[in-house]
Ligand binder design. Structure first.
Ligand code: ACO
Length: 441
């Protein structure tokens, strides 16, 4: 089969044969299609990158129609059952599962970096008592770059490796400090005898006891959630990481930018909205009313639908099962019955079936976090911790990709043609509606 696309430009009658590579057409090939020498050539217009591949990647594979997610080729279901977050993070950033000795070394190297500089702690204490933990996380991760000027040497492999270990190691510490700040509690230093998630739970919830003993079920459930959130190919925050990284900014600035993207309600903030929605529904008898509102286009069913998955999100399936293990420790969340009934009704309803709207990762994760005692503002922070390994893998891949250049998309200009500057006293005094340009501030 010929790996080419032949198109005819009806404006000029000319035909072009464009090469297809890995199922993709290079957008620069379109620039050959011109109406004349003054024409800059055709561009592709794709707001929101709905059908544009911005890179080649070996990290994560998703088949949204079939509900498949794999990190470096390994199905998410197998990793969820057999791996740990730190092992999965190794797989994601290095490309292969570690041997026993490499895993031990990796765990040691991450654990060594859980402490933060006292000045960073003082920096965090400068936030207001009611600062949003995600805002604290974004600001503090950005500030880390001032502590590690060597991080600017992004072309140096050893530098990239050490910043990766530092970031994966320090994210739980910064996240826990942000939580403690919101509760007016003293910060708890890392306990490196504990596992990655055990230590995180200790830094969050330790009170006066000398040694915090994490509940093994909750420690494992959090580890599982971290595996499921570790990467998701070219989503909004990974794209932000790649775009900022393409200017060769240091990795702390890259991760701060990615976390800023994640903080938005269309991305990492959706699980918070699910919990608000379920609380608002309150009882299963109120579900039909909600469904009516959704179908009338008055609101969206939060935690449903996905740009890529047009099938059940495989992560949602795993989280749904894990929820019951968590409830054995925390007690059953009253939100779960509403969520289950809502899912059942929605999956039977023609509106959702026709649009292929299924529960996504956020539908059940918020219920678990809520049952574990996390306030909703912490939900995006809990997402950012494990996603750091994905961001670092995507960033490193971009830095080494010889085809990548500084990210700089084109635009389709729809503004004024050239016009002469009018002196101030020659401008007419008009009402705001005449001076407002659509899309301006
Ligand atoms: N509830 C009701 N209807 C929906 C929903 C929903 N949750 N999601 C999509 N639809 C409908 C739209 O109204 C639209 O219908 P129409 O064709 O009649 O106009 C159709 O399904 C397609 O929706 P789009 O918005 O075009 O889909 P898109 O791929 O742009 O959006 C998104 C995906 C943002 C996730 C959307 O499904 C949504 O808003 N879901 C709720 C928020 C959510 O759960 N976000 C978390 C995503 S997972 C993550 O980021 C970690």
């Amino acid at each position: 089969m010929a790996q080419t696309l032949t198109v005819r430009d009806d404006r000029t009658g000319k035909e072009y044969t464009l090469p297809i590579e890995d199922g993709a057409l290079r957008a620069t090939e379109l620039s050959r299609i011109k109406t004349g020498p003054d024409d800059g050539g055709l561009v592709s217009y794709d707001p929101g990158f709905v059908n544009t591949a911005s890179c080649k990647s070996k990290v994560t594979y998703i088949d949204g129609d079939r509900g498949i997610l794999r990190y470096r080729g390994y199905p998410i279901e197998e990793l969820a059952e057999k791996s740990t977050y730190l092992e999965t993070a190794y797989l994601i950033v290095k490309g292969e599962l570690p041997t026993t000795s490499h895993l031990a070394m990796w765990q040691h190297n991450i654990t060594m970096h859980t402490m933060v500089h006292e000045s960073l702690k003082n920096f965090m204490q400068g936030f207001r008592y009611d600062a949003h933990p995600m805002g604290m996380l974004v600001g503090t991760v950005g500030a880390l770059s001032t502590f590690y000027p060597d991080a600017r040497d992004v072309m140096d492999l050893e530098s990239r490796r050490v910043q990766t270990r530092r970031l994966i190691g320090k994210m739980p510490t910064i996240a826990a400090f942000a939580y403690r700040n919101s509760r007016g509690l003293p910060y708890v230093y890392p306990d490196n005898d504990l596992s990655y998630t055990g230590n995180f739970l200790a830094m969050l919830f330790k009170m006066t006891e000398l040694k915090y003993k994490p509940n093994p079920v909750l420690e494992q459930a959090l580890d599982l959630l971290f595996i499921l959130h570790a990467d998701h190919e070219q989503n909004c925050s990974s794209t932000a990481a790649r775009v900022v990284g393409s200017a060769l900014a240091d990795p702390y600035s890259v991760v701060a930018a990615a976390a800023a993207a994640l903080s938005g309600p269309r991305h990492g903030g959706a699980n918070e909205e699910v919990v608000h929605m379920l609380r608002q529904i309150g009882s299963t008898k109120n579900i039909p009313d909600l469904i009516k509102q959704v179908k009338a286009g008055e609101r969206r069913l939060m935690g449903f639908g996905h740009r890529v998955y047009k099938n059940y999100d495989p992560r949602a399936k795993i989280i749904k099962e894990a929820a019951y293990q968590v409830f054995e420790v925390t007690g059953k969340s009253p939100l779960i019955d509403v969520a289950l009934e809502l899912e059942k009704i929605a999956l039977d309803d023609e509106y959702f079936v026709k649009r292929r709207l299924y529960p996504n990762v956020d539908f059940y994760s918020g219920i678990i976090y809520d049952a574990m005692g996390f306030p909703v503002e912490m939900f995006p922070v809990l997402f950012a911790i494990p996603r750091t390994s994905g961001w670092m893998a995507q960033w490193a891949e971009m830095v080494l990709d010889e085809e990548q250049r500084i990210a700089r998309p084109k635009q389709v200009y729809t503004g004024h043609a050239e016009r002469a500057y009018l002196p101030l006293d020659a401008r007419r005094d008009v009402g705001p509606s005449e001076t407002e340009v659509s899309g301006s501030l």
